[in-house]
Design a binder for this molecule. Structure first.
Ligand SMILES: [Zn+2]
Length: 536
């Protein structure tokens, strides 16, 4: 759905919230649970999470009898297991009258706690703490961990600290409030839409709240706070995008967009925390992010989120067991994890800068694909185990090609050709050959299933999968352009698919039977032979 309709839903939630309770939204039947994340002691590395549940007649979730609380071990697009439950301390549960409820950790090694309410008890709150230093030390993939730097910075990945009550993860419309309480002088940035009419871009301190549509949205959010992060707010309007180009410079597609456009804008934020300011020029990184987002807005002609945050983190490695440098996509943000000392500055070469920006574009691109356009088992997501997904070649390979295509389209014709060739040769064609023979011989859906839990652990699977997917996208793009005398391209098929997904509220997976039909409907070109060639 577009920004305007999404905003309408959020506004409707607020109207319901405040119509039913003028003093506090907590009592509103529209909100199923209120999550409070607190960090109140500058001497501590602990954060505290308190979840208050509301009885909701509309949602068939019960708060009596035996309840199960679960922490994620798998995250959307993570394609790996992380034992976030290992860092949950002092978990307690209370009833609506304040009595303690008996809590037991699952004895079969699942990330579950059983809460035994007595016959007259109703579950009201669950509380626990997480020591962020212990958490970061235990999670060896540095990009999967939340972090604390005392007196400076806290960076939180929602799924690494927020658990849920079964079956909250399976309910689509389950509004949740997140309240973040920090030290009074610390600024806070949330990637969720705010619960109040906050002026976009205004710095917020002490306490901030946001609203999530459901548990998936809450888990996929990020929270940043502290005096050492740099937050830049850049509103991007479509008006501004078109002013950059004169009419004669607009492509056929862009002219069509201009004819049909209604005013839309995006609240865009860049949050940077770096422990090496020499090797990460914040202004440069911010400008590259803004340009990447603008190019993608022009590519997709669709703004399915009201706000978006590019978050960059460059921290000193904890030790040589921890790894860094993999970025991660979310619904309204991306986390760009930069290996220490490998950022960009005024001395960087042209290639270093374009590879850095290409990575930004690729991860911003993911907010459309696969976050809002995906195949089986991506959504609803299984948070306890890594789901087996046979279309990562689409999520990642097409996601790589589209990032390249969107960036290239924004360049003058001769530079555009050179940009495309650079990534096709040095990234897709070169990397597809790096894998050993047994990986190259695996059919793409099978390799995808294997990579579903090994993505960052055995990068041979990842690199081959991504490159084969990107080359499939390239073949389809070339075929469509050839058959239509350049009147259509891969982009038309992708936009057709996104419109289909939007009409299904971005929650229905497409099937492989639908895939070539989408392209046929959008371009009148049969891509089946290319699909069959690459999937075998
Ligand atoms: Zn990716």
């Amino acid at each position: 759905m577009h920004y305007s309709t999404y905003f309408l839903i959020i506004t409707t939630v607020f109207v319901l919230l405040f119509a039913t309770s003028s003093s506090s939204f907590i009592n509103s039947p529209s909100v199923y649970a209120k999550y409070t994340l607190s960090y109140n002691d500058a001497q501590s590395t602990n954060i505290y999470i308190n979840i208050e549940f509301e009885i909701n007649e509309d949602i068939q979730l019960h708060l009596n009898g035996t309840q199960t609380f679960i922490m994620p071990r798998s995250v959307p697009s993570g394609y790996a297991l992380e034992f976030y439950d290992s860092y949950v301390d002092n978990l307690t549960a209370k009833s609506s009258v304040g009595s303690l409820i008996t809590v037991k950790k699952d004895s079969t090694s699942g990330p579950r706690w059983t809460l035994e309410c007595a016959s007259n008890e109703t579950l009201s709150t669950i509380s626990y703490s997480i020591n962020l230093t212990k958490h970061e030390q235990g999670i060896l993939s540095g990009y999967d961990a939340s972090k604390i730097r005392q007196n400076r910075y806290i960076g939180i990945l929602g799924y690494s600290i927020f658990g849920y009550l079964e079956p909250m993860d399976q309910v689509e419309n389950l509004p949740l409030i997140l309240i973040v309480q920090s030290l009074p002088e610390w600024s806070i940035h949330l990637t969720l839409p705010p619960t109040t009419n906050r002026i976009p871009g205004q710095q917020t301190y002490g306490t901030v709240s946001g609203i999530a549509k459901n548990y998936y949205h809450l888990a996929d959010t990020q929270v940043f706070m502290g005096p050492s992060m740099n937050v830049t707010y850049i509103p991007i309007s479509y008006d501004e995008l078109y002013q950059q180009k004169t009419k004669s410079q607009l492509s056929f597609d862009q002219t069509l967009i201009e004819q049909n456009y209604i005013q839309r804008s995006l609240s865009f934020y860049v949050v940077v925390y770096t422990e090496d300011t020499d090797n990460l020029d914040v202004d440069m990184a911010t400008n590259l992010s803004v340009q990447a987002m603008k190019n993608l807005l022009l590519y997709y002609n669709n703004v399915p989120f009201p706000l978006y945050t590019v978050a960059m983190e460059m921290t000193k490695p904890l030790d040589d067991k921890h790894s860094y440098g993999i970025s991660m996509e979310h619904l309204n943000s991306c986390t760009i994890n930069i290996e220490y000392g490998s950022g960009i500055n005024k001395n960087s070469t042209k290639d270093q800068i374009r590879i850095f920006q290409y990575n930004l574009a690729h991860h911003i691109q993911h907010a459309w694909l696969p976050k809002r356009l995906f195949s089986k088992f991506y959504y609803p997501f299984i948070f306890e185990l890594t789901p087996v997904i046979d279309t990562i070649w689409f999520n990642e390979g097409f996601g790589q090609y589209i990032a390249m295509d969107a960036m290239a389209r924004a360049l003058p014709l001769n530079e555009s050709y050179e940009y495309r060739q650079y990534f096709i040769k040095n990234r897709f064609e070169y990397k597809v050959n790096l894998a050993p023979l047994f990986i190259k011989q695996m059919p793409l859906p099978y390799l995808s299933m294997i990579a579903s839990s090994l993505f960052s652990i055995d990068v041979r699977t990842t690199i081959n999968l991504n490159s084969r997917g990107a080359l499939m996208a390239k073949d389809m793009d070339e075929l469509i352009q050839l058959k239509t005398q350049k009147q259509k391209s891969l982009r038309d098929g992708i936009i057709y698919m996104l419109n289909w997904s939007e009409s299904n509220s971005y929650i229905i997976p497409f099937t492989m039977e639908q895939f070539p039909k989408f392209f046929m409907n959008a371009t009148n070109v049969d891509v089946t032979p290319i699909l069959e060639k690459w999937l075998q």
